[in-house]
Design a protein around this ligand. Sequence first.
Ligand code: SAH
Length: 265
Amino acid sequence: MIDNALNRLRDKRPAFEPGHVWLAGAGPGSMEMLTIGVLAAVMEADIIVYDALVDPDLLDYARPDAERVYMGKRGGQPSASQDEINRRIVELARRNLRVLRLKGGDPFIFARGGEEAVALHKAGVPFRVLSGVTAAIGAAASTVTPITMRGVNNALVLMTGHDKDGVTELDYAALARLDQPIVIYMGLTYLAEIAARLRKGGMDRAMPVAVVQNATRPNERILISTLEEVAEKVKSEGLRSPALVYIGRVVPVGEKLREMAAEFA
Ligand code: SAH
């Protein structure tokens, strides 16, 4: 049946041609959140260039003769620069290979997919983008926390906790005033600083916060706290990356829904 679905898909989308690069997202970790499009691409690629957040088990579905190249960035460890990655995928495409550039989550959310697309275009290499479930959406399902809830919120902010120069420079008073949930990617390093800026901007110190580590994976962990206490609690409980920080009034909605879902488990 799955073969049938994969064949039907291949009839309906452009062929993965030699010399092309597909920039794809593998989702947040669970195989359940892998799209059939990305699975098909994994099975067809001549070479897979994958990053730190991709579950290596997924590479078992690659052709036995496919090459697998780890090119990721992990804080604190020597890793390839973005320029090296850009050069490498261009060079592989020029060797007439089907190149799958595989990233955790979605390739266009905090993943440098845009930069890689620009580099490929500049080099004249044809590319496509295959979406993946981004961590914030995957974690919404696994923690039963709606991203939007009528009567609670009408919008959502996705932000990164830092860029190459340090804590993300944003108008935190505007974010506080907006009063819509915020999901922070890469948010642990500067969590105390971000919480302090939001409080200074007028956000309630009791605003609920959830931190979700290893979302959708068997070792998923969730910590519930408040804007005032979360940074301290993350430290004392030893939470680590990869983790997402949810700030807002959808957090207690999630707590209730988790209890309800547990009744059926
Ligand atoms: N492109 C990815 C994001 C990469 S940035 C996506 O769309 O999901 C890396 C950050 O993503 C991590 O620091 C963490 O904040 C978040 N992240 C990725 N996978 C995660 C997971 N399984 N659980 C919690 N956070 C995750």
